[in-house]
Design a protein around this ligand. Structure first.
Ligand SMILES: [Zn+2]
Length: 473
């Protein structure tokens, strides 16, 4: 939904290197520019108003970075639009001012920074991103913690897309009610803040895919068991709280059907895309639905688990109850597990320092903490890993989770499923179309070999194919 501020003519996007930017700015993010023989791309999503100022700080002479700046007004505004294309930023050079008409709540900006290959090692300087204060002050924008809002930048969908009109399906990814995630940090032990942050990133990635899958079943991914913690989609958590405060007498079948209907209505609003009424104005991405922890021995859960739900006319209540109370007895098709493993270098996809992450098989995904360090969504949390190149963990996690869902690599557009970080942007309509096709035919990627997510999709002397899927251990 785009809302242009009244009385202001929206100016076309512009990119200005003259150094005459807005007089009042506030730094919102700063990050290092890695050097190295490979060249490197760093991708950052930020929210700002109609201007984003980008400057170098302490850049080494003789080196320079190149930036692409893209923007979109809101998360459901479709693909990003380019504002600055491959613009060089030099040491002591002027700051770059990218301008584009902002929506009321600010815009989402995507900054892609790459360095030319140099003989330097480590960092050659830093990049500072600034915005004009007060422009992104819409209360909607700050209702959820900012990382969740910025995560919406990974969605490039429009509610009118044909792909969302697909009917409800219940197979493959679309039918999973519970997801179990194990975190193996043996190669790079996490401190408490990192562990909490990586769990948030995993949940955000799950939520993004669930939001994108309008054709999935209502109770899809309502329960996540993550590293020993039991979590539920907010809709389920709220329903459970209310249920726990309700009457304690054994529920009649009528009462049970009412509970089921209430649960469905709690879970429906987040499945805003393609829930069957494509012209409904509510069919736009509003927020990502967060996950909330459940007390495993709480009164509400205890009561739910002692409930006898008979009959096939309450499928959502039945499935959610079993996902929470008796996961071991669940139908295989309703439950799935992923292992997230941190690796020092060699992965099942090989030992190439270009490899950021590797989908080893349908269960295991590996993250290269030797050559990369993974940004955890907040500058106050130390990144995971010791590599010179910083990558947003949410970006890599979203890509790897796309493989778990059953997607292969998708090239040519903005798909987050591109084999290279430099081309991988967001869950776009092509990605969703592939997701829906995969769900419809039930052909998940099972049995496919290891698949690497690399820094650059094309390197000198290589084709896209060779630099992505064709690697073997
Ligand atoms: Zn991949």
């Amino acid at each position: 939904m785009r809302i242009i501020l009244p009385g202001l003519e929206p100016a076309p996007p512009s990119c200005d290197l003259s150094g005459e930017g807005p007089t009042k700015i506030e730094a919102i993010q700063e990050f290092g520019i890695p050097a190295g023989e490979l060249g490197a791309t760093r991708v950052v999503l930020v929210s700002a108003g109609d201007a984003l100022v980008i400057r170098t700080v302490g850049m080494k002479r003789g080196t320079h970075a190149r930036v692409n700046v893209l923007f979109k007004q809101t998360a459901d505004d479709g693909p990003f639009t380019g504002v600055c294309r491959s613009t060089p930023l030099r040491a002591d050079g002027p700051g770059l001012v990218a301008r584009a008409p902002a929506a009321l709540g600010g815009s989402l900006w995507r900054v892609e920074v790459s360095t030319e290959p140099t003989a330097e090692r480590g960092e050659v300087g830093r990049i500072e991103l600034s915005r004009v204060p007060g422009q992104a002050a819409d209360p909607d924008w700050t209702r959820l913690p900012e990382p969740w809002n910025n995560a919406l930048g990974f969605l490039c969908l429009e509610s009118s897309d044909e792909a969302f009109r697909s009917r409800r399906v219940r197979t493959g990814f679309a039918g999973k009610v519970r997801l179990d995630v194990d975190l193996d940090d043996a190669a790079s032990p996490l401190d408490a803040s990192q562990r909490a942050a990586i769990e948030e990133v995993i949940l955000r990635a799950v939520s993004l895919w669930a939001t994108a899958c309008g054709a999935c079943r209502t109770e899809q991914l309502t329960v996540v068991h993550l590293d020993g913690r039991l979590l539920a989609r907010r809709g389920l958590a709220e329903w459970l709280t209310k249920f726990g405060e309700g009457p304690t007498s054994p529920a009649s079948d009528t009462a049970m059907r009412a509970l089921d209907a209430e649960l469905v209505s709690k879970l429906e609003p987040s499945m805003v895309l393609g829930a069957g009424k494509p012209d409904d104005a509510t069919h736009a991405v509003k927020d990502l639905e967060p996950y909330e922890p459940l007390a495993p021995d709480g009164e509400a859960l205890r009561r739910l688990c002692s409930l006898e739900v008979a009959g096939g006319d309450k499928p959502v209540l039945t499935n959610v109850r079993i996902a929470l109370c008796a996961p071991k007895t669940m139908d295989e098709r309703l439950r799935s597990s992923i292992q997230v493993t941190l690796r020092r270098g060699r992965t099942y996809c090989g030992d190439d320092p270009e490899i950021i992450a590797c989908r080893a098989d349908e269960h295991l995904t590996e993250y290269n903490v030797r050559d990369y360090r993974f940004f955890l969504g907040s500058p106050s949390v130390p990144p995971i890993g010791t590599g010179a190149i910083e990558v947003d963990l949410l970006h890599a996690m979203l890509h790897e989770m796309g493989h778990w869902i059953g997607l292969g690599h998708i090239e040519g557009g903005q798909s987050v499923m591109s084999a290279g970080l430099d081309r991988s942007r967001c869950i776009d309509p092509t990605t969703v179309a592939a997701l829906i096709r995969g769900i419809a035919s039930g052909d998940a990627q099972e049995g496919a070999g290891p698949s690497a997510f690399t820094l650059n999709s094309v390197r000198p002397g290589r084709t896209v194919d060779e630099s992505s899927d064709r690697r073997r251990r």
